[in-house]
Design a protein around this ligand. Structure first.
Ligand SMILES: [Zn+2]
Length: 272
């Protein structure tokens, strides 16, 4: 059986010409953080990510499906399905990469969210870093913010890549909750724009728009909103249940979200 990293690589290669699949950087254990660009190079550009949390790694399948279906009218999209490959492989097959830290924590692997160093990548970005209500200061399965913002290779690579390609919006897939988060201390003008987009997207894919920052901090979405000034959405797939979720659990959401990148690009073009 193929592991999630192999599935991601094959899925992206099937979705695009082989030479268009590239790596935005390496994980702590030397795995590639794979990306493909599809669509036009002009017009609105977006970044779509998934699986920054290890135990949510099959959200990658939703993004791979989007990449293969993407029409690319009016803009283009960067698809990065598996932001945390080491964590995903630890979750999926107990891969420890020879690290004592992961060996010690093997019994936690099915609830693991962090990377191979026990840093929760979605708390490691430079956006009110360390002020989140759930933040912890010790490495482990989840919520550890790391020693400083962007100390983890994976979050650093994603931040640097996003700053380089300057997208007009980003979407990040997580699970679970059937919810969409969009707010992070925007100014009044940005808030208006971002709420319009959030509302339209939530209605389109059948999730609940949640207002407020909910005392989160250091997330990729937070970074995109605060540092890049763009709308950034976190989408929590799967309404209810309990971790770990198998790949099949994402099939229905995959269908509902399949054309979301194209829809979002059309929304962005209608905003400007
Ligand atoms: Zn998550």
């Amino acid at each position: 059986m193929m592991d999630i990293l192999e599935r991601t690589e094959r899925g992206l290669r099937a979705a695009a010409d082989a030479d268009e699949v590239f790596s935005i950087g390496e994980s702590e254990c030397g795995n590639p953080v794979l990306c493909v660009h599809k669509g036009r190079r002009d017009g609105a550009q977006i970044v779509v990510t998934a699986a920054i949390h290890a135990r949510e790694c099959y959200t990658a399948l939703v993004v791979i499906g989007q990449a293969s279906a993407f029409a690319g009218r009016g803009g283009g999209a960067y698809f990065i399905p598996l932001v945390n490959p080491d964590g995903a492989l630890f979750f999926e097959r107990g891969e420890t990469f020879g690290r004592e830290f992961l060996k010690r924590n093997r019994d936690m692997r099915r609830v693991w969210k962090a990377n191979a160093d026990g840093v929760d990548l979605n708390t490691n970005f430079d956006a009110n870093w360390g002020s989140g209500a759930q933040n912890v200061r010790i490495a482990g399965a989840s919520d550890y913010i790391g020693g400083c913002p962007l100390c983890a290779k994976e979050s650093a690579a994603l931040a640097e890549f996003t700053e380089k390609v300057k997208p007009q919006a980003t979407v990040s897939y997580h699970c679970m909750g059937g919810e969409l988060y969009w707010e992070f201390f925007q100014n009044a003008e940005a808030r208006c724009r971002d709420e319009r987009i959030a509302e339209a997207v939530a209605a389109r894919i059948g999730v609940k728009k949640i207002d407020g920052d909910l005392h989160s901090a250091g997330g990729y979405k937070d970074f995109c909103i605060q540092k890049l000034g763009i709308p950034a959405l976190t989408i929590e797939l799967i309404r209810s249940g309990s971790h770990p979720f198998p790949p099949e659990a994402f099939a229905a959401d995959g269908a509902k979200n399949r054309d979301l990148p194209q829809y979002l690009i059309e929304l962005l073009n209608s905003e400007t």
